[in-house]
Ligand binder design. Structure first.
Ligand code: HAM
Length: 437
């Protein structure tokens, strides 16, 4: 051994970075279920998919999401590539989608433009239950409509999606942030209130009085919440137009029977919001379950202009796939995805091994989930594997079957075997599997 090679016992195995996870085979069915259901519902509602890069210019997030927001000021994964450009891994999808809308001239598309995305996002937050550093979101963004019906429509789409996933126990927390002008007057009052009570606030909130006083409203610290309970309410300081917009949204939600609660303290953590903001919250959380939002969104009428586009209204939401999967498990939702093989293909002899590949290909085309072990030679060892997979049928092919173009169906419960012509294998299996199912 060369002197620079570490001794064997010194080698530490690697682990995935904190706040990320390996999605192992037994979890894949949940991911597939959520991603496929989401795609099917959103495409069904005529949203079009856009994939943007996972990194963007840092300035996009500073200008779009806000320099003082937590996800930009504290949690941004900044990249330092050669050449001096400043890039960051995307912490969210709205600013990149707005960038894409402007860049690709979507203003000339029929309006409103309804887009969706599914992908990875990155936030250097303190990892805890339901809070990852690499997280996955699905999201929708609608550009070009300022009508309350559009806010209500996409809240409804999120509701329909949750129903399609089989979720029952959730409620929409909703609030209005009005226009920036209205907010400015309100923020003055809010600052005065917090300054008077400064001593009672946590360290972060003391700072937020100057940087982002709205964020004090949704601080989770008990002592800050007490001070916020007596704070002036933004809803009481909205203009007539803003109030009317909010009331129209609520009245449509009433008609659609979507369960909601008005939460005057809901401000959301991103600076681009105007008017309606909301979060889908889990209800009746079991012990150890997460209380965090399953999805959240709102209107952002000033974002496109702030990013150099024409003044175009927008509204959207995004949901966390990790949190949805946790919630599906908590609610005990049964998945309709087949994740287990239904048949096992066993082979004996060199020619049969090759023929088995054609058999497997036909099973895959017929979408019959299978398992096999082509590198094993003994029949007993293969049948033991078939047993471990719990399949009802083993399909056996040996030298004779290769010559006859037949295959043996072995019922793994009874041990009974019968010979079936290969050409009717798929039809016979479909008959038996649906009989069995
Ligand atoms: P957000 O509330 O920051 O909004 O994130 C949306 C959802 O992503 C959350 O409700 C949560 O389910 C999930 N999420 C956020 N952070 C984490 C994390 N660290 N780990 C796991 N899941 C997480 C946005 O991102 C906005 N862009 C939504 C939007 C779209 N607003 C308008 N259009």
């Amino acid at each position: 051994m060369n002197s620079s090679t570490p001794k064997k016992e010194e080698l530490q195995p690697f682990a995935n970075p904190r706040g990320t996870q390996d999605i192992l085979p037994d979890q894949q069915k949940y991911w597939e279920y959520v991603v496929e259901t989401t795609k099917s519902v959103l495409q069904g509602w005529n949203f079009q998919r856009v994939d943007t890069p996972i990194f963007e210019e840092t300035a996009l997030f500073q200008r779009g999401v806000g320099q003082e927001t937590d996800i930009v000021s504290k949690e941004l994964f900044e990249l330092k590539p050669r050449g001096g450009s400043q890039y960051a891994l995307r912490p969210e999808g709205t600013a990149p989608m707005a960038r894409a809308y402007i860049q690709h001239g979507m203003r000339s598309w029929p309006h409103p433009v309804k887009l969706f995305y599914i992908g990875s996002f990155f936030r250097y937050d303190r990892p805890q239950k339901g809070r990852f550093r690499q997280l996955h979101q699905y999201g929708v963004e609608v550009f070009g409509s300022n009508a309350p019906i559009t806010d209500a429509q996409i809240i409804y789409v999120n509701h329909v999606l949750f129903k399609a996933l089989g979720l029952e126990d959730y409620v929409v927390h909703i609030n209005s942030l009005g226009e920036p002008g209205e907010r400015a007057t309100y923020i003055k009052l809010l600052k005065e209130h917090y300054r008077r009570n400064r001593q009672k606030l946590c360290k972060d909130c003391k700072e937020r009085i100057t940087t982002n006083p709205l964020r004090v409203l949704d601080c989770k610290e008990e002592k800050c919440q007490q001070v916020s309970n007596t704070a002036p309410r933004l809803l009481d300081h909205l203009s007539e137009t803003s109030k009317q917009h909010f009331e129209s949204v609520l009245s449509i939600l009433d008609d659609l029977k979507i369960p909601y609660e008005i939460k005057p303290s809901l401000v959301r953590g991103l600076d681009y919001y105007t008017h309606t903001v909301w979060e889908f919250m889990p209800k009746n959380v079991v012990e150890g379950g997460s209380q965090s939002a399953l999805s959240g969104g709102g209107r952002y009428n000033g974002l496109l202009k702030a990013l150099g586009g024409k003044d175009t209204p927008g509204v959207g939401f995004a949901g966390g796939i990790e949190r949805l999967i946790d919630r599906l498990k908590e609610e005990g939702v049964e998945l309709s995805v087949a994740d287990k093989p239904l048949v096992f293909v066993a082979q004996l002899g060199a020619r049969a091994k090759k023929e088995a590949l054609t058999i497997l290909s036909r099973l895959q085309e017929a979408q019959i989930p299978f398992s096999e072990s082509l590198d094993r030679d003994g029949m007993q060892a293969q049948l033991r594997m078939a047993d471990r997979f719990g399949v009802k049928w083993a399909l056996i092919i040996g030298h004779k079957e290769v010559l006859d173009k037949s295959i043996i169906f072995r019922n793994m419960e009874s041990g009974m075997q019968e010979v079936v012509p290969q050409e009717s294998m798929v039809a016979e299996l479909q008959k038996r599997l649906s009989l069995a199912g």
